[in-house]
Design a protein around this ligand. Structure first.
Ligand code: 13P
Length: 255
């Protein structure tokens, strides 16, 4: 049985004070969640958010990382620095990193491997563009991203990795994939993971991301291969994100 995982990706939003205010409003709303709950603030708010979350079951995550342990990499943050702040997860290969900052599958693979080595669980993002979907290339694109981005995941640790399927055309657009469309890609992705990792694929959690809101979370999460969500816009509001978490908890209780 896969324990669902709900993650807030705040992207480039929230000062330290805003992050603290979020946590203060959020924690009382998500007591005893039957899911892993994760918050990924910007680097600048990691420490204060981590302090605010201390003693709760909500885990801290980074939105990115550099693959090297240390060195002359101006502006970058190393895995060990994230460990130091209490991060248990880090997002890698988000489509915004891939398209706006030129990250290739090889770069994403190196980051995921560095996170594993540091003891942080990578949340590896994949997803096709609208053009690719309309050309019928979704399986080809997502399959290649999975193969390339997970190339350095140690086989014996494969069950720990988290994959996030985020169709680019659904991110920040209000245009969510239908539950059936998402399930189709999730099932495909799990098959691809099985080819690479064998039975461990059945333990790998695959999140859906792209305009997840409280009113569509329940039907998405009800799909057999959707094991949680990576939430952008709706995760900025404690009420909305707690409703998404609680939807998942209700559903998880029925599994
Ligand atoms: P939205 O929920 O704002 O569409 O963002 C999704 C996303 O990119 C999460 O990583």
């Amino acid at each position: 049985m896969r324990r669902p995982i709900l993650a807030a990706n705040w992207k480039m939003h929230k000062t330290t004070g805003e992050a603290e205010a979020f946590v203060a409003a959020f924690l009382p709303r998500v007591k005893d969640a039957a899911a892993d709950v994760v918050i990924a603030p910007p680097f600048t708010a990691l420490e204060r958010t981590g302090r605010a979350l201390a003693g709760s079951d909500v885990a801290l995550a980074a939105q990115n990382v550099h693959a090297e342990e240390k060195g002359a990499f101006t502006g970058e943050v190393a895995p060990g620095m994230l460990v130091d702040l209490g991060c248990r997860f880090a997002i890698v290969g988000h489509s915004e990193r891939r398209t706006l900052f030129g990250e290739s599958d090889a770069v994403v693979a190196a980051k995921a491997a560095a996170l594993f080595a540091a003891g942080i669980t990578p949340i590896v993002c994949v997803g096709e563009s609208l053009e690719e979907r309309e050309a019928g290339r979704t399986p080809e694109v997502v399959g290649a991203q999975l193969d390339g981005s997970l190339a350095k995941v140690p086989r014996e640790r494969a069950a720990e990795v988290v994959v996030a399927y985020e169709p680019i055309w659904a991110i920040g657009t209000g245009r969510t994939a239908t539950p059936e469309m998402a399930q189709e890609v999730h099932a495909f992705a799990r098959g691809r993971l099985r080819e690479r990792f064998g039975a461990a694929a059945d333990a790998i959690r695959i999140q859906y991301g792209g305009s997840v809101k409280p009113d569509n979370a329940g039907e998405l999460m009800a799909q057999p291969d959707i094991d949680g969500a990576l939430v952008g816009g709706a995760s900025l509001d404690p009420e909305a994100f707690s409703r998404i978490v609680n939807f998942e908890s209700v559903h998880a209780g029925k599994r």
